[in-house]
Design a protein around this ligand. Structure first.
Ligand code: CP
Length: 303
């Protein structure tokens, strides 16, 4: 495997192996501190990011490597009209591996086809965000001690939320899962996710409107932001943006060992009063993102 563009390119055993390597890194970080000495990661971010870009950069530094790149298209020659393929070919002259975020779906795939070094998709439009999914899987594995026998609630914008689609695709490999999909009608999980993953793999799921009614049965609650940048119509965004706000009152009916996850950034869908609740896993999830990206860089560089 040269690149990671879509989480479905990874077999279940490859995912499990990445999770095990990430756990080894967590337990013995110094063992990995020089594994990528003299290697360079290029972070090519054409779209804003805090966690993904910085966790990739921290991951490479913690492996002893170096980082080059740009954090907005306007500071690269993309602003002069350079193609993604030409940018990738240029970066290949300087770096050993690329992590790319781009608003256009398919851009990291185009880059991967233009170069011989590995390209990691760090998010392409509403399409894929495989390293977020790996982060989510490591978080579930660490929080719950398992990836099977779970009832997972996904709440909020399930239509445009690429992380939810990829999470469902990745989790569908594990046994005895149930999904509770909590959204307004306008932001339901797309039909292709329901028919081509959930129904095809015979994974039980229900679609509901009420977070309060769903919450008592959940082992994991995966909250999502209503994404302003994916809406064509501002009036629709304003009408739907506050559909689900997780508050301490709503959590009263939840299990004591619920794990609350969120890919972040949040706007207001999780009250900050919940941040100190031990069930709030979303900042631990951020930290896991660095460790799983370290494991992925090692795999793709065959270190
Ligand atoms: N979860 C995530 O992709 O966050 P950023 O947009 O900050 O990278």
């Amino acid at each position: 495997m040269k690149d990671l563009i879509d989480i479905r390119e990874l077999s279940t055993s490859e995912i499990n192996q990445l999770i095990e390597v990430a756990k080894e890194i967590i337990d013995n970080p110094l063992d990995f501190a020089e594994r990528c000495k003299h290697k360079k990661l290029a972070t090519l971010f054409y779209e804003p990011s805090t966690r993904t870009r910085l966790s990739f950069e921290a991951a490479m530094y913690d492996l002893g490597g170096q980082v080059i790149g740009f954090s907005e298209a306007g500071s690269s020659s993309a602003a002069k009209g350079e193609s993604v393929a030409d940018t990738a070919k240029t970066v290949e002259c300087f770096a050993d591996i690329i992590a790319m975020r781009h608003p256009k779906e398919g851009a990291p795939l185009v880059a991967s086809q233009a170069v011989n070094i590995p390209v990691i998709n760090a998010g392409d439009g509403g399409h894929h965000h495989p390293t977020q999914t790996l982060t989510d899987l490591l978080t579930i594995a660490r929080e719950k001690g398992r990836l099977d026998n779970l009832t997972i609630g996904c709440c909020g914008d399930l239509k445009f939320g690429r992380t939810v689609h990829s999470l469902i695709a990745a989790m569908s490999r594990y046994a005895n899962l149930k999904f509770v999909l909590i959204s307004p009608d306008e932001l339901r999980v797309p039909e292709h996710v329901r028919t081509e993953i959930l129904e095809k793999d015979k994974i039980p799921y229900e679609e509901v409107h009420s977070l309060e009614e769903a919450i008592p049965k959940l082992d994991i609650l995966y909250m999502t932001r209503v994404q302003k940048e994916r809406f064509f119509n501002e009036a629709d965004y304003i009408r739907l943006k506050d559909s689900y706000i997780l508050s301490p009152e709503k959590l009263r009916q939840a299990k004591d060992d619920l794990s609350i996850m969120h890919p972040l950034p949040r706007v207001n869908e999780i009250s900050t009063a919940i941040d100190s609740d031990p069930r709030a896993a979303y900042f631990r999830q951020v930290k896991n993102g660095k460790f799983i990206r370290m494991a992925l860089i090692l795999k793709l560089l065959e270190v």
